[in-house]
Design a binder for this molecule. Sequence first.
Ligand SMILES: C[S@@+](CC[C@H](N)C(=O)[O-])C[C@H]1O[C@@H](n2cnc3c(N)ncnc32)[C@H](O)[C@@H]1O
Length: 222
Amino acid sequence: MNELTEEINNELQVKSKKRVADHGEVFTNEREVNSMLDLVKQETERIESRFLEPACGNGNFLAEVLKRKLKVVDNRYAKSQLEWERYVVLAVSSIYGVDILEDNANECRDRLFQIFDVSYTKHFKSECNEDCRRSVRFLFSRNILWGDALDFTNPVTKQPIVFSEWAAVNGSMLKRRDYVFKFLVEQTHQFSLFNDEGTAAAIDEPIKDFPLVHFLKLGEND
Ligand SMILES: C[S@@+](CC[C@H](N)C(=O)[O-])C[C@H]1O[C@@H](n2cnc3c(N)ncnc32)[C@H](O)[C@@H]1O
């Protein structure tokens, strides 16, 4: 999908009357998204600030958050490909979404990846590294989930929604810890997935702790 087609598709606010009736699916238009994000402008421009949208639809808010973070990375790190990649991976790792409709979660993931990829390709052309693309794709596959944000499970399998926390260690390494979404929401403030130190405050222990992995090696074994 080219950028123009993407913009046209994303301008549609209603997909069908049935979806509006069943799921309240009316997408927010770009002007409103930007006005709302401007209320927390500083956070939207902080590369590692964490955003979770619990009914993300096809990603209108998350797409804009990603674009704002990319702009900051472009301004600061465009001269070094490795630094650009490192900070973009960090930006991507901090963006989370859930939607009850599987097609929305898929669309959101694909849309966010496209935004990253258009920018990556524009900057580094034939020098783009497939490992970086794989890492970013993997992060979106872990962070944008199909689930019911009210009962914290997948609507079909009824398995609990599990989010991954990503924390940068020694510059190029990432630490992944998985947490059950229900605990994150019920025992901490709704909009603060993890505390400022990057740890999940006052919630249950992670259900899984992973070895450190280089930021360009994410998803290598999946
Ligand atoms: C009003 S739309 C907003 C979508 C997007 N946030 C936006 O502003 O464009 C509501 C979204 O919530 C989703 N939704 C409805 N109930 C949900 C639930 N229990 N858990 C997660 N998502 C839900 C719908 O599928 C729909 O995509």
